[in-house]
Design a protein around this ligand. Structure first.
Ligand code: PLP
Length: 384
């Protein structure tokens, strides 16, 4: 069934690249479905190729990869970690779990990424790390951010859930931080339902990361014959995915170029098809600064206000198009207020864009007829 046979064009749909069933059968027949099997190794190798990371550890989710990064940073209660307010809660929750205080910074009005001009004012003598999110896969201003982190001795972590395959001045996203976290959740460009990876660009972290991922044991060394028994040597948890999930992920990663080019063509069709309508209606389309290649993770529009955004979503739904709003500010969320604090100046841009933003359907299986239907439905809306 093609997408256009559906009465409603869904916001997202799992893309099947073709080899999944074959690989899943292989994974089931290989005699063990535990983690760190052949498909886990293959998926990690493919990810290393895309991101240039020195070491890739597949995890059960991006949330867990972020939690591993928090353990690796040895955060202590009261340490501060600067995060954007406009992001998924895991970006902050991972550090709050270690007793650290998330400090919420505002985003840039154009890219909706952490505003590098506000970063330095958020640094205190308790700050230990900065976590950036490349929203929609469009890079943060990495030159300025890296320079500020270096000058203040802060660790940089990339929550690269949106950015796989994107780049900043020719360098892959995920290669800037000491660590980067990827997501393979069913809503991301490359998927296995639930899954993630921790990318390590600092080779010194690799040995401890492996232990943390294996419940705090040196089991990896034991399987390699480097120790004669494995023991509990550090804190950790169970962050290793089954090789069955890695089989699905491998199939998608092998088809990465096709997935990306299909998503890019949907993105471009929206961007071109909606340019005149957006200009007439005071709607803002995504901004992509020079030097940023993005992986078409999502296509968003900024309506003039909340009333128009809500009316627009209802208008599209009535025409069989499922659109979605996105992140609600973390600094004013119940847990954000309790566990974190807001950076000087507050987060006025985050508050405003959270109310105005809407995302259109975007997935690799969305065909031309489906895209045309979405565009037609959008063009029929007039901002009031
Ligand atoms: C999806 C997402 C996550 C969480 O990913 P999971 O793999 O579901 O844990 C974290 N951060 C951002 C920015 C995301 O988009």
């Amino acid at each position: 069934m093609t997408v256009t046979d559906l009465t409603t064009i869904p916001f997202n749909r799992t893309y099947v690249s073709g080899n999944e069933l074959d690989y899943l059968a292989q994974a089931l027949r290989q005699g063990s479905t535990c983690g760190d099997g052949p498909f886990t190794a293959r998926a990690a190798e493919l990810l290393g190729g895309i991101t240039g990371a020195r070491r890739v550890l597949l995890t059960t989710s991006c949330t867990h990869a972020l939690e591993m990064s928090a353990i690796l940073l040895d955060l202590r209660p009261g340490d501060e970690v600067i995060v954007p307010s406009f992001t998924f809660m895991s970006t902050a929750n991972a550090y709050a779990l270690r007793g650290a205080v998330p400090v919420f910074a505002d985003c840039r009005p154009d890219t909706l990424n952490l505003d590098e001009r506000l970063l330095e004012a958020a640094v205190t003598d308790r700050t230990r790390a900065v976590v950036v999110v490349h929203y929609a896969g469009v890079a943060c201003e990495m030159e300025t951010i890296t320079e500020i982190c270096d000058r203040h001795g802060l660790a940089l972590v990339e929550d690269n859930a949106h950015g796989l395959g994107g780049s900043y001045r020719g360098r892959p996203l995920g290669s800037f931080g000491r660590m980067a976290a990827q997501s393979f959740h069913g809503t991301k460009n490359v998927q296995c339902g639930e899954g993630g990876a921790l990318l390590l660009n600092d080779a010194d972290l690799a040995a401890r990361a492996e232990i943390i991922r294996e419940k705090g044991t040196d089991r990896g060394r034991f399987f390699r014959g480097q120790v004669d028994k494995y023991r509990w040597v550090d804190i950790g948890s169970s962050y290793l995915p089954s090789d069955v999930l890695a089989a699905q992920l491998t199939s998608q990663l092998e088809d990465f170029e096709t997935i990306q080019s299909r998503r890019r063509s949907v993105w471009r069709a929206y961007h071109e098809g909606l340019a005149g309508w957006a200009a007439r209606n005071g709607v803002r389309r995504p901004a992509v600064p020079d030097g940023c290649e993005h992986p078409a993770h999502l296509y968003y529009l900024l309506l003039p206000d909340l009333d128009n955004r809500q009316a627009f979503i209802h208008h599209l739904a009535a025409r069989g198009v499922q659109a979605a709003f996105h992140y609600q500010p973390l600094h004013s969320a119940p847990a954000g207020v309790r566990l974190g604090r807001v950076a000087p100046g507050g987060c006025p841009v985050t508050e405003e864009v959270a109310d105005r933003l809407v995302r259109l359907p975007l997935f690799a299986g969305l065909d031309e007829a489906g895209v045309a239907r979405v565009i037609e439905a959008v063009l029929a809306y007039e901002v009031r």
